[in-house]
Unconditional design. Structure first.
Length: 431
């Protein structure tokens, strides 16, 4: 190589390029550097693209600053202006502890989000009155935002709205009050009580929510109500079908009377993990919703006063008989799967002699994807994380009809042989 060649290679940057290749080989230490010379040379020639910094508007900066300010206040203990702690007026279960059980079932929201949920519900409990317990019901995912749902047990009941066909507040599908929010650092919004027509209409459609309570519900068939009404009907249906407990936890106050009050069973003993693997070991704890959108049929009118109404109500009762609240999983017509996770060994306590297990048993609904009930030791919990749609429901929209086919080509008119022309043709054939 002459001096001129060396000067040309240096001018063109070949020496620098080779130096970068050697530096990359030293840094990455490939097994066969000789075979990768072309690859390394191409990687050196194509530097990593540096994305340009996106322009941030003043509105985005202000919104982020406001969110950070709210997030800092989220985990602080609620206090008055004099910095005195505000006692929480109702029971609020520790969702972080329950989230540990749900994680064994493959369902959860992560440690950070679970802690935010617990803090947000605690703060909300100090601002509402008239409730004895508030628990985290679940999360309904939407297109633009997700709904966090809290279930609140009322201290008492109430009367239904005048002229409305619905279960009175505090009973049936309105036994609980539900609050939702799309931002755990923001305010919780109370959903209205659901009506029978809303539940019946929600069964005829299949729609993913948007995350905007006041948004219109554009679907077919038509739904008369905003998204908060549809969401409340979804929650009522999921609660009725997927709220479970271990069989024997609850019982009738009078076992001989099927309509007596439901109370806790003080003599309940937790079954073994092997026994919990059977669907017979689980039961529902929420009223079943009938086809008419109620949890109980209307009172049977007097036959002498209104014969037509009497026959209609009687026929409705025969076609859709009510189900017991404490019904088994084999009686609900839904699909379930029972599994177990964790250590299934049995351990004996040397102090009191009781035998316990750390296994987590969970029941997952196949009819409502996202609904799960978990049990460990002496506790159980229910959670829903999904899109609020049921398996086998109607399509989102009816399919469009197929395209109209084109008319076939007209071959034109053809002469039809008749009479003498036919005989002439036959005579020519004989000759």
């Amino acid at each position: 190589m002459t001096l001129d060649d060396s000067a040309f290679l240096k001018k063109e940057g070949v020496y620098d390029h080779l130096g970068k290749i050697v530096s990359r080989v030293i840094a990455e230490k490939p097994k066969d550097a000789y075979a990768l010379v072309e690859v390394l040379s191409r990687l050196v020639k194509e530097p990593a693209a540096v994305p340009g910094a996106a322009e941030v508007t003043e509105e985005e900066v202000a919104a982020l600053a406001e969110h950070v300010k709210k997030a800092r206040l989220l985990d602080k203990v609620p206090a008055t202006e004099d910095k005195e702690p505000i006692p929480v007026p109702c029971a609020v279960p520790d969702f972080v502890e329950e989230a540990e059980m749900f994680s064994w079932a493959g369902v959860g929201l992560g440690e950070a989000e679970s802690y935010k949920i617990m803090c947000s519900m605690r703060n909300m409990a100090t601002k509402v009155e008239g409730y004895s317990k508030i628990r985290f019901w679940g999360k309904v995912m939407g297109c633009d935002a997700d709904y966090y749902v809290a279930e609140a047990a009322r201290d008492g009941g109430g009367d239904a709205d005048d002229g409305e066909d619905m279960d009175p507040p505090g009973s049936g599908v309105n036994a609980f009050t539900y609050f939702v929010t799309t931002d755990l650092t923001g305010a919780w919004v109370k959903l209205p009580d659901t009506k029978t027509r809303d539940i019946v209409a929600s069964r005829a459609i299949k729609r993913i929510v948007r995350g905007k309570p006041q948004a219109r519900v554009i679907t077919h068939p038509f739904f008369d109500g905003k998204e908060e009404v549809l969401l409340r009907a979804m929650i009522a249906r999921i609660t009725a079908d997927c709220t479970l407990c271990i069989k024997g936890v609850l019982m009738r106050e009078d076992p001989e009377e099927p309509t007596s009050a439901i109370v806790d069973n003080t003599d309940f003993v937790m079954p073994t993990p092997a026994a919990l693997l059977s669907k017979d070991a689980w039961m529902h704890m929420a009223p079943h919703i009938l086809n008419n959108g109620r949890t109980a049929h209307k009172d049977l009118p007097e036959e002498e006063e209104d014969l037509a109404a009497f026959k209609a109500v009687k026929e409705e009762r025969e076609n859709d008989p009510p189900k017991d609240v404490l019904r088994g999983l084999n009686e609900d017509g839904l699909s379930w799967v029972v599994k177990q996770a964790g250590d299934t060994s049995m351990y004996k306590n040397t102090i009191d002699g009781k035998v316990t297990s750390n296994a987590v048993t969970y029941v997952r609904s196949l009819s409502w994807p996202g609904a799960v009930c978990v049990a460990q030791k002496g506790s159980y919990a229910n959670l829903y994380v999904g899109y609020g749609t049921k398996t086998g429901d109607p399509d989102f929209f009816p399919p469009a009809p197929p395209d109209v086919q084109d008319e076939p080509d007209d071959p034109g008119e053809a002469e039809e042989p008749q009479g003498e022309e036919v005989e002439a043709a036959a005579g020519d054939g004989e000759e």
